[in-house]
Design a protein around this ligand. Sequence first.
Ligand code: NAP
Ligand code: F7E
Length: 329
Amino acid sequence: MHAKCALITGVTGQDGAYLASFLLERGYEVHGLLRRSASADVVDARLKWLGIAGKITLHDGNLTDLSSLIRVLGEVRPAEVYNLAAQSFVKSSWQQPLLTGAVTGMGAVNVLEAVRIAYPEARFYQASSSEMFGLIQEPIQSEKTPFYPRSPYAAAKLYAHWMTVNYRESFGLHASSGILFNHESPLRGIEFVTRKITDGVARIKLGLSETLALGNLDAKRDWGHARDYVKAMWLMLQQDEPDDYVVATGRTTSVWEFCELAFGHAGLRMEDHVVVDERLLRPAEVDVLHGNPAKAKEKLGWAAETSLEALAAEMVEVDLERQKRHEHL
Ligand code: NAP
Ligand code: F7E
């Protein structure tokens, strides 16, 4: 084992790409799990965008295939394992509840099992989610707030979360869980609301379209920047004792207000372009999320560094450049 060697599942996703970049900057040898795709030329688009595609060793595997995970864990013997892979789009989880359960829930347990069987010395990070708070039981959510999942995605994450706690308590694994609130970036998938908005703003600004259809504009989220949040993941695995942490900005903002920021940055008025399409509403909504990151601040020394205004501006600027160059991500 290399002293600084990490394995990231979900390395081709938003967080995986930023985490890989963060670890490479700190001298890590970075390995990633790559699921087979017929579109092999585009799977590492985010890694290419960050200029790190050639610096990561990719291993063929899938979260639903325990044998592949045991093989990779045994070959790499990483000091740190970050389990970021998931079916992560909440709305799709109603269309694919079983797949979401198999990947987002059971898949995490497959990774825990692979660590336990093949290399229990590894420290393990689980990507838990503020979606687990769902129908919120307290106005501001902390590690002590009871969970109330509102989607197949959230229920799957809750199972994975408690299994992480269970493997820590049952087998003594150094297993930590980050309860991360929404975090965004220019590398966010286009189906998520912030990126859909900034991509829409860019198209409208350049005259490529006139309207942007959205669902529930009143939903409120505690949005931060993914680049800041991957640092919190790493800090959790540097602690002597494993634990669970809420990672959030402590500020909550509506979809409507995010639209105002993004459209305003481009010199546009959202009222002139946004239309509500009821087909984009969800069977059950999480109306508001608002995190309390006090424990992460006190124990990890972590705090969000990017304001929502700066995040929206960065995303709009990048999407304008992408549209001008006919690039897609
Ligand atoms: P993302 O962009 O959707 O990335 C998901 C990653 O999982 C991709 O690399 C994807 O691979 C991989 N994956 C999906 N199914 C897989 C399978 N069966 N086997 C192996 N890999 C598979 O998600 P993200 O925003 O980076 O989020 C990272 C993690 O944090 C996820 O677990 C998410 O649920 C959780 N989370 C995210 C947020 C947030 O606001 N972003 C907040 C809390 C928790 P492909 O590239 O091949 O699709
Ligand atoms: O929706 C509303 C929508 O899809 C945010 C994932 O990373 O964060 C993410 O889950 C809100 C919801 O993210 C549209 O109804 C309105 O209330 O961007 P989203 P999410 O569901 O909060 C958590 C923490 C995760 O763990 C997940 O993996 O925006 N909304 N209009 C819309 N949402 C979308 N996607 N598209 C719309 O047109």
